[in-house]
Design a protein around this ligand. Structure first.
Ligand SMILES: O=P(O)(O)OP(=O)(O)OP(=O)(O)OC[C@H]1O[C@@H](n2cnc3c(O)ncnc32)[C@H](O)[C@@H]1O
Ligand SMILES: [Mg+2]
Length: 173
């Protein structure tokens, strides 16, 4: 199986590599998400993942058996909880079926939530708050907000595995 991941961010490619069997090949390809750079709410975030999965699948007409995978990060409110959460959705398609799933949600600290809630993008806000660059391509907000217990690759991998489930588990047949 060959998996095309719809992103140029190596963190997302690695999240897929970390869960697929080693016999599978994985490549990352930049594709449009067709949603805002900073998706807001579950629906927009999920749509970004779906668009990336379909676009990734379509980048190749290789007859080899392949899957397209899309991963999208977003911020969302959770009913009954105050504050803003970092969420992620993953989608996978074989050109026919499309599955989707979420990874973990992380509560954003108030000072970050205020800025992102006010319209800024989480990536640049994280860089600014930490005085670092490209946090989103390294430990990610997940790594920062868990003091390294879970980095962004690990946090995205569970949603990817859940979205791949229908293509690998016989229970969905
Ligand atoms: O190249 P792409 O695939 O777009 O990868 P990305 O890192 O920009 O990831 P997303 O577009 O899925 O994320 C949407 C926004 O949320 C930000 N974001 C998401 N997860 C993050 C994390 O763990 N750390 C820092 N920023 C994050 C990111 O900077 C974007 O502005
Ligand atoms: Mg992006």
């Amino acid at each position: 199986m060959h998996v095309v991941v719809g992103s140029g961010n190596p963190v997302k490619r690695r999240a897929v590599e970390s869960v697929v069997a080693r016999a599978w090949t994985v490549e990352g390809v930049s594709v449009p998400s067709d949603v805002a750079e900073q998706p807001r709410g579950h629906e927009e975030t999920r749509t970004g993942a779906e668009n990336r999965a379909r676009a990734a699948y379509a980048t190749s007409d290789d007859p080899e058996s392949r899957l397209g995978v899309g991963i999208e990060g977003g911020v969302a409110r959770v009913e009954g909880c105050s504050g803003l959460f970092l969420v992620n959705w993953a989608a996978a398609t074989d050109g026919d079926r499309l599955s989707r799933a979420t990874g973990p949600s992380f509560p954003l600290p108030d000072h970050v939530a205020r800025r992102v809630g006010g319209g800024e993008e989480l990536g640049p806000v994280m860089d600014d708050e930490l005085g670092e660059s490209d946090v989103k391509k390294r430990q990610g907000a997940a790594g920062v907000f868990t003091a390294g217990m879970v980095d962004r690759t690990a946090s995205l991998s569970t949603g990817v595995a859940a979205a791949l489930g229908p293509f690998v588990s016989e229970q969905y047949r």
